[in-house]
Design a protein around this ligand. Structure first.
Ligand SMILES: Cc1cc2nc3c(=O)[nH]c(=O)nc-3n(C[C@H](O)[C@H](O)[C@H](O)COP(=O)(O)OP(=O)(O)OC[C@H]3O[C@@H](n4cnc5c(N)ncnc54)[C@H](O)[C@@H]3O)c2cc1C
Length: 496
């Protein structure tokens, strides 16, 4: 017999991207069974960054039945086909990690084995010529339709996105309460959270609490002491300075991640402005020097003051603890190099919906949820470390530290497999697919010393024709696409 529903009142603490994503998904899918309340404080505000995404956001939006054009107009969004990495393995280097498939793989092996053979025989071009998304990004082109598929994500204005989801959630019955949470009440016997005490004296009771209070982790850490596993020995950047600028050129259909001597700089082009930031490690660059560097390197006129954000890369040891589930920055943070945090919020709330504890929180539910969250974040962590570790920048102490640091065994194994045999194995719960690992490993100058000999079964002439066919097909498709700017204007131009 199904137990009675004991969890009905869900209180979301925090109204940044995490809070409103959670509110939107819960109200859309379980709204008929739950009372959902969101508490946020204008006085405290949000982290104000987090404007680049990965393609899984489109699945999440479909799941909410969000209209793409409406969303893009409301958030001044642009299309993102990948990330251009500049100066990473060596100063002057540049490669694009696109969201596309590279070439065509067969059951025996992935495309890179053919490509390595083709390159050796002098009949293959750069890898990018065999990937539609990469070629389109480089050409500044974009088009999508039901018949011509391209894999993409978005750049958007974070505050406009929170506002968009707030309207969505309120229309589905979510109650928003403005106020500062001053205290958290726990049951004296069980330790479960019972209510939030607002600074003005109001008390917000609930059965299940979703902690979306950002880095402070007001419920999950300050109250429940779930613990934090620090990963800064692998990912040593700990600060970011963010500034918005006026756009001086049409928006690129990709994010730029430009390495500097103690970290990297992002450029995220939106329709109405550009988001910029400098990510760095304070052991190697002072805040003043970082600020001067950022302001010297931005292209357009600043429209905000540079804002300093401090963080420690790592994961919350238990993202679900008692009757509290943490999402967003409250659940941990792996730095933003591959724009993964918003995805992790979306997958986190999706799993919460799938494992929703209607009849009460049980240890097996909690363990199931925490295990999934842990594995996923570790995979993401390894992928990010890869970018830092595979570097040849020996003249900068920061990069020398990254190059020589011990890395997780899981990552060391992947690097060895690629180096020795050009293999990019993938498991079902890998967020980043084999094509991503391939593009980044080659982009970071990790050259395989061996590869599968399947390409040797074809004549060089056969290979030449096969490579030319794929390359010419992609080049032709890109030539027919409009520019990214033209497509945006026609599809979802937001105006000023
Ligand atoms: C430098 C940087 C760059 C990033 N770039 C990306 C990116 O490109 N892509 C990506 O996917 N992610 C990125 N992220 C992560 C992304 O910004 C976050 O995952 C996302 O914004 C979610 O934040 P949040 O909602 O958890 O926290 P916040 O935005 O900090 O929201 C916290 C909320 O809690 C409320 N709150 C806190 N305390 C109280 C209180 N006492 N009472 C009431 N309310 C309270 C606040 O008012 C706010 O509403 C980046 C993060 C950083 C630091």
């Amino acid at each position: 017999m199904n137990p009675a529903q004991t969890i009905r009142r869900v209180v979301i603490a925090g109204g940044g991207t995490a809070g409103w994503v959670a509110a939107a998904a819960l109200s859309k899918h379980l709204g008929a069974l739950l009372d959902i309340i969101l508490v946020e404080s204008d006085e405290i505000g949000t982290v104000g960054v987090g404007e680049a995404t990965i393609p899984t956001i489109r699945t999440f939006h479909r799941f909410l039945e969000i209209d793409e054009r409406e969303f893009m107009r409301a958030t001044q969004a642009t299309f993102k086909l990948g990330i251009a990495f500049e100066n990473w393995a060596r100063r002057g280097d540049r490669y694009v990690h696109s969201f596309g498939r590279v070439g065509q793989s067969i059951w025996m092996g992935d495309f890179q084995h053919m490509w390595l053979r083709g390159r050796e025989a002098g009949v293959a071009d750069d890898l990018g010529a065999y990937c539609l998304e990469l070629a389109a990004a480089e050409a500044g082109k974009f088009a999508t339709s039901d018949t011509a598929k391209i894999n993409y994500a978005y750049h958007f204005d974070a505050s406009l996105y929170a506002g968009f989801l707030r309207r969505f959630s309120e229309a589905k019955g979510v109650t928003r309460i403005e106020g500062r949470i001053g205290g958290v009440r726990q049951n004296a016997e069980t330790g479960d959270i019972e209510a939030l005490d607002l600074a003005d004296g109001r008390v917000i009771e609930g059965d299940l609490f979703v902690d979306c209070t950002g880095f402070r982790g007001l419920l999950i850490e300050q109250t429940l002491k779930a613990g934090y596993e620090d990963w800064s020995h692998w990912l040593p950047t700990n600060r970011a300075l963010a500034v918005q600028t006026k756009a001086v050129a049409p928006p690129l259909p990709y994010t730029r991640a430009i390495a500097h001597e103690a970290g990297w700089q992002w450029q995220i082009p939106l329709q109405h402005r550009v988001g910029n930031g400098l990510v760095y490690c304070s052991d190697f660059l002072s805040d003043d020097a970082a600020r001067a560097k950022l302001l010297a390197q931005i292209d357009g006129e600043p429209i905000t003051e540079p804002r300093l954000i401090r963080y420690v890369t790592g994961r919350r040891k238990r993202v679900w603890d008692r009757n509290c589930v943490a999402l967003g920055l409250a659940s941990g943070f792996v730095e933003p190099l591959e724009s993964t945090s918003i995805h992790l919020i979306m997958i986190g709330v999706t799993r919460l919906i799938q494992a929703f504890p209607f009849g009460g929180v049980t240890p097996s539910l909690v363990k199931h949820y925490n295990d999934l969250a842990e594995t996923e974040l570790e995979r993401v962590r390894d992928f990010i470390i890869l970018h830092y570790h595979l570097t040849e920048r020996r003249d900068d102490p920061f990069w020398e530290r990254c190059r020589t640091m011990p890395i997780p065994d899981t990552l060391a194994q992947r690097i060895a497999l690629f180096h020795e045999a050009a293999l990019t194995p993938q498991t079902a719960d890998d967020l980043f697919q084999a094509d991503s690992w391939l593009q980044v490993m080659l982009g970071q100058r990790l050259e395989p010393t061996g590869y599968h000999r399947m390409g040797h079964m074809l004549s060089v002439e056969h290979l030449r024709r096969a490579f030319a066919d794929v390359r010419d097909g992609i080049a032709g498709a890109v030539a027919r696409m409009p520019t990214h700017q033209a497509f945006l204007e026609h599809y979802c131009g937001a105006g000023a």
